[in-house]
Design a protein around this ligand. Structure first.
Ligand code: GLY
Length: 563
């Protein structure tokens, strides 16, 4: 790699944190001594804390938090979607659970292509045809079966209470609901009256009685309470009424899968993350392998040199994503080769320190033989078990289809497949053969629930929503802590940017780059475009004295809670 760099002293992004010029105080998030939950909603974090206080472990808490999020955060919390869980237990063992949605059996590669060959983009994003077979309830039941300590009903009950007794809306939730009124009417054959009001406002109470009863069936029947009986029949009736594909057989056949986490070293750290069908762990390894060769510690966070090399690494890694990644149960993925340190070294060898590489000139690497509404939660329990979960409906409020009679939203995860080679999905990502639609296949994801060890001990638990920006947000947050010495909260709050090969633009939050660095990045040939906000990171860092520091993203209602 050709590299010219000036040494620039690291600065802390949050000036308010500096109490003395010599030794700035870190601005930390909530610090607790024993256990912590960080999630997208204060009520869900409270539920998780109460489960931990009752003697539940981190897996128990993550199950209860996910059910609670399905009620209090309907934009992304779900039982009608899917997700991934990465866990590291106090004895150092690790596991990963894939409960990603699957394409229904009647799905086909050309299902979103019109008669004239044009992609029918809306159909993969909104409405019944966009829905994959949900995986969340199967996943949570399997996680409980393998690792749970408290009873299943104790974990589901808090969500039932929230659904039936009602949830007080935050301003963000109220505005989210106001914004989807037209879509709810457009994409539902039975109007979900409980969600309909032009006037939702902060402090209103949202009652979800049907959802509460669905959760009662799940409480009493486990996975059968969703994939069988009334809930399953309601899903199938909903599909029939709106032209969707999911059948009773699809629901019966759905299984979650335990997978081996992607694991790799970054300097003194070991990173444990999600393998395919997420692209998250593989790309995170590629990006950190590239960063291991930068003098990142000496560069200003988001400064000119750091941003240029990070953008170029992201450009190359996302080109590989489009070519190589998909469902490992359908295609062979060269994971070991992609995450090898020398692979990214070769990919970065042609980076010009003075000039952006046009994405059109970057293809996939040569392998030696062989949207943004998702939500993340991070949990550490008093025994030191850690769980990172990212779960999603895909776009905000998923397909907008509410299952009549059962009261929950279904995902629009089919859009994460490559609808047609070269046609971008809602995240602007394009894909090819590896991620084409096939019956029973899982669509490629970017979700990156991640756990970091330092010196073989638990160090950080993190993850975020944000579609394809998830991986770069996790990557930049890790660099913020390990290279720039930020506290967890500072690293989470810090401004972000994102490049994903195609489209050939660098999206950045307002203030991510200084005015002079933006000018220089433009001069190098990077195309910059403003994005209001990137990600909602929820993370936990283990401090040297063993206490836990939460980083809850101020971009949302995200809250750290613990004791
Ligand atoms: N639906 C977003 C993702 O899985 O990456």
């Amino acid at each position: 790699m050709r590299m010219k760099h000036k040494l620039i002293l690291p600065i802390l992004l949050i000036a308010a944190a500096c109490s003395t010029p010599e030794k700035p105080e870190k601005s930390t998030g909530l610090v607790t001594t024993s256990a912590m939950v960080v999630s997208a909603h204060p009520e869900a974090s409270r539920v998780g804390k109460e489960i931990l206080k009752k003697g539940g472990n981190a897996i128990d808490a993550s199950i209860a938090v996910q059910f609670a999020l399905a009620v209090v955060f309907p934009a992304a919390g779900n039982i009608g979607g899917g997700g991934f869980m990465v866990a590291r237990f106090a004895d150092g063992s690790v596991d990963a659970l894939d409960y990603r949605e699957k394409a229904p059996d009647a799905a086909s590669p050309n299902m979103y292509i019109g008669e004239t060959g044009e992609p029918m983009v809306e159909k993969s994003i909104r409405g019944h045809l966009a829905c994959g077979v949900p995986g969340t309830v199967a996943g949570l039941a399997d996680a409980h079966h393998k690792y749970g300590k408290l009873s299943w009903s104790e974990l589901v009950q808090p969500a039932i209470d929230l659904a039936i007794k009602g949830v007080v809306l935050t301003e963000r939730e109220a505005s989210g609901l106001r914004n989807i009124q037209e879509d709810l009417k457009k994409y539902n054959t039975t109007i979900p009256d409980h969600l309909i009001s032009e006037n939702w406002k902060k402090g209103d109470i949202l009652f979800q009685e049907e959802l509460g009863h669905t959760l009662e069936r799940i409480r009493d029947g486990g996975r059968a309470g969703f994939y069988d009986g009334k809930t399953a029949q309601d899903i199938v009736a909903e599909m029939k009424s709106g032209g969707g594909l999911i059948t009773l057989q699809d629901l019966k056949n759905y299984t979650a899968v335990w997978r081996k986490p992607v694991r790799f070293d970054y300097k003194d750290y070991n990173v444990i993350s999600m393998p395919p069908p997420s692209s998250g762990g593989v790309l995170l390894a590629q990006l950190l392998n590239a960063a291991a060769d930068f003098p990142e510690k000496n560069w200003k966070p988001n400064g000119l040199e750091s941003s240029h090399y990070i953008i170029e690494a992201e450009r190359r890694a996302y080109a590989d994503r489009a070519a190589y990644l998909g469902d490992p149960d359908f295609i062979s993925i060269p994971v070991e080769q992609l995450i090898r340190k020398d692979y990214m070294k070769k990919r970065m060898a042609d980076v010009d320190p003075e000039k952006a590489t046009p994405s059109a000139e970057v293809g996939a690497g040569v392998i030696p033989a062989e949207s943004d509404q998702t939500t993340h939660l991070s949990i550490v329990d008093a025994q030191g078990n850690a769980v990172a979960v990212t779960t999603t409906l895909n776009a905000g409020y998923g397909s907008m289809v509410v299952v009549a009679g059962s009261g929950f939203l279904l995902n629009d995860e089919m859009d994460d497949f490559s609808v047609k080679p070269g046609v971008p999905n809602i995240y602007g990502a394009i894909g090819g053969e590896a991620n084409k639609i096939e019956p029973g296949k899982r669509m490629l994801s970017s979700m990156t629930p991640t756990i970091v060890e330092k010196d073989k001990k638990l160090f950080m638990v993190l993850g975020t929503p944000g579609g394809t920006t998830i991986i770069t947000t996790v990557f930049q947050t890790i660099l913020n802590v390990v290279e720039h010495g930020m506290s967890m909260q500072e690293a989470v709050t810090a401004k972000r940017f994102h490049m994903q090969w195609m489209p050939d633009v660098v999206g950045h939050e307002p203030g991510a780059f200084s005015a002079s660095d933006s000018t220089m990045l433009l001069k190098k040939g990077h195309k910059l475009t403003l994005r209001k906000s990137i990600g909602r990171m929820d993370a936990i860092r283990i401090l040297k004295d063993g206490r836990l520091e939460g980083g809850a993203d101020p971009r949302g209602d995200d809250t750290a809670d613990g004791y």
